[in-house]
Design a protein around this ligand. Structure first.
Ligand code: ATP
Ligand code: SKM
Ligand code: MG
Length: 180
């Protein structure tokens, strides 16, 4: 049975966008931990953070990660999923972990064009480019620590998906072959 594929990376790197295309290409299920969490609670991320703080949200996102993980599934994670060591270890042990890497300027441009503020309440209270620089400074080491593969996410989504497929096909552990 083929293990799950976890997409990690900062807000706006394309986990949800590329994840759906990747699942189609692999004929896998697609899950998104942010969407799962919002479905289960009936609340937006902003509502959960307002009621329970970021600590409450982080606990709930660990539960979502465990709930949606299954074989033959592509899982788009929330941008902060790597903050908890238990999440990083779980993803590495259960499946293949792909870091979609992009710089702060690209991320900020995407997020400004499509803010989705109910799903992405501010993390620092600072303007978006500064926020993304700060977030990357704190998290890059964690994304790198969790990832089996690092993919340049500053290319067109189809290109990003194709490079993930190629990386998975090169990896013995994924159970994925491009030829059959
Ligand atoms: N490779 C890409 N090239 C150009 N635009 C992209 C690319 N990937 C995603 N986008 C755009 O960037 C925005 C954010 O993408 P998406 O929601 O997939 O990011 P995400 O990593 O899931 O973010 P979050 O962590 O907040 O869930 C969307 O408007 C999407 O269309
Ligand atoms: O980068 C983050 O910490 C977050 C990213 C989003 O996917 C959501 O999970 C939430 O807004 C937190
Ligand atoms: Mg997403």
């Amino acid at each position: 049975m083929s293990s799950p594929v976890f997409l990690i990376g900062a807000r706006g790197c394309g986990k949800t966008t590329v994840g759906a295309a990747l699942a189609l290409a692999l004929n896998y299920e697609f899950c998104d931990t942010d969407h799962h969490l919002q479905q289960v609670t009936g609340k937006t991320v902003a509502d959960i953070v307002a009621a329970e703080g970021w600590e409450g949200f982080r606990q709930r996102e660990t539960e979502s990660l465990m709930a949606v993980s299954a074989p033959q599934t592509v899982i788009a994670t929330g941008g902060g999923m790597v903050l908890a060591e238990i999440n990083r270890r779980f993803m590495r042990e259960q499946g293949q972990v792909i870091w979609l890497q992009a710089n702060a300027a690209v991320l900020a441009a995407r997020l400004s064009a499509y803010p989705q503020s109910a799903q992405r309440p501010t993390l620092t209270g600072r303007p978006i480019t500064e926020e993304m620089s700060e977030v990357l400074k704190q998290r890059e080491v964690l994304y790198r620590d969790a990832a089996h593969h690092v993919i340049d996410a500053m290319q067109a989504p189809e290109r990003v998906a194709a490079q993930i497929l190629a990386a998975l096909a090169r990896s013995d552990r994924s159970g994925i072959s491009l030829t059959g």
